[in-house]
Ligand binder design. Structure first.
Ligand code: HEC
Length: 113
């Protein structure tokens, strides 16, 4: 009887491991800083209604593609906005996320076709 209980709890433990391992493996492989941050998606939903065509064209805001601004300027503009022009995103994004937005802007290319 005692053996039986022991075996059961071992099985429970084995099951626990079997379930727990893939979950933690998944968490490890995701980038810790930005989770499922999709910068393209974010830009389209959050910035796109002012910076048109993913930042490729001017809208309410200026075109961002081929910007001559440096990283600090862009970071500052995203964080602090500009009164009467662009909202301040302040702590909406982590620094790592802003890095990705800057990278996104720098990598913008005209659409093909
Ligand atoms: C409500 C409209 C609006 C939204 C939303 C908006 N912006 Fe802007 N943005 C502007 C305007 C207007 C300017 C020009 C400000 C100025 O006169 O310097 C600007 C300027 C900028 C600049 C500086 C460009 C330059 O060369 O001076 C960057 C970079 C920028 N925005 C990035 C973003 C990002 C990234 C987002 C989304 C997280 C965003 N903006 C959302 C309106 C907007």
């Amino acid at each position: 009887m005692e053996f039986c209980v022991m075996k059961l709890s071992l099985m429970a433990l084995a099951t626990w491991f079997a379930c727990a391992t893939p979950v933690s493996a998944q968490t490890d492989s995701a980038a810790p800083d930005n989770g499922n941050f999709d910068v393209k998606q974010l830009f389209a939903t959050t910035c796109g209604w002012c910076h048109s065509d993913g930042g490729r064209a001017a809208g309410k805001g200026p075109q961002l593609m081929n910007t001559t601004r440096d990283d600090d300027f862009i970071r500052d503009r995203i964080k602090n906005g500009k009164q009467g022009a662009m909202p301040a995103f302040d702590s909406t994004f982590s620094d790592a996320q802003i890095d990705q937005i800057i990278k996104y802007i720098r990598e913008l290319k005209p659409r093909e076709g």
